[in-house]
Write a protein that binds this ligand. Structure first.
Ligand code: ADP
Ligand code: ADP
Length: 224
């Protein structure tokens, strides 16, 4: 059963074409690696899937609902239900503690403060940094920041987690551990996972790989 479909995505920045007809499909619970060299359009594709960037042509749908057919409000709601984002370098709010960063998506959904804090505490425990709940991002190592970002991406039980270069900012061993945390956590919750990475080795941990080259995808499932 298809959860996410993206068809024929085109996106340019000025005269630079970042995507030139990229297509991807993701099934419920599937783990997909999108690999390709730097500049091939991976970040642009991820942001189109997240709805944070609108393609010039082509479309993205979740559960049969096309993002471009929705109002801004409806798109935001759909994003909250379906999509967990884990961005490069964590992109945590520097003024908030690890716990507050993880609780933030739940507070934005209108959950009670105590419930949000409890859920955030459980997620920090699941990603192995329960003891760092009160630290600010500046006090955390790169790997710890990425774990906080993973917890924040998963705390609202999304049906798919979109992750941008989870190993990007880290050394190899730390990077591998972070990806293991991400793979394990999504398998446990049943969320689908789309990892965008230049690191081809990561594909071995996923169910399937889509390769991006010069803004075009080779996805045998989407093309079928
Ligand atoms: P990747 O993630 O594979 O490195 P990107 O999606 O970041 O690729 O970039 C694809 C191409 O689009 C590159 O040539 C990049 O410089 C360009 N690009 C991406 N984002 C922007 C932007 N916001 N403004 C201008 N050019 C951009
Ligand atoms: P990646 O590791 O994915 O290649 P980049 O360093 O290329 O990451 O891009 C980081 C951010 O900067 C992305 O959000 C991307 O859209 C944006 N970006 C990339 N290239 C350009 C550019 N030429 N001009 C403006 N923004 C860019």
């Amino acid at each position: 059963e298809l959860l996410l479909q993206a068809r024929g995505l085109h996106k340019g920045f000025g005269s630079t074409p970042a995507l030139r007809g990229a297509s991807v499909v993701v099934r419920r619970g599937e783990q997909l690696a999108v690999t390709g060299p730097s500049g091939s359009g991976k970040s642009t594709l991820l942001h189109c899937l997240a709805g944070t960037l609108l393609p010039d042509a082509g479309w993205v749908s979740y559960d049969g609902h096309r993002l471009d057919g929705l109002s801004a409000d409806a798109r935001t709601r759909l994003r909250r239900v379906h999509i967990g984002l884990v961005l490069q370098f964590g992109q945590l709010v520097p003024e908030l503690t690890a716990l507050e960063n993880v609780a933030l998506p739940l507070l934005l959904e209108g959950r009670r403060r105590a419930d949000a804090a409890e859920a955030a505490r459980q997620w920090l425990d699941r990603v192995g940094i329960a003891g760092r709940a009160d630290a600010t991002p500046a006090e955390l190592s790169g790997g710890e920041q990425q774990r906080v970002a993973i917890a924040r991406g998963l705390v609202s039980s999304p049906s798919v987690v979109l992750a941008d270069e989870p190993t990007g900012a880290l050394d190899t061993v730390g990077g591998e551990q972070v990806v293991q945390v991400l793979v394990k956590a999504t398998r446990e919750t049943g969320a689908a996972l789309v990892v965008v990475t230049h690191d081809h080795r990561l594909a071995a941990w996923m169910d399937r790989e889509v390769v991006l080259r010069d803004g075009q995808t080779v996805d045998t499932e989407a093309d079928a």
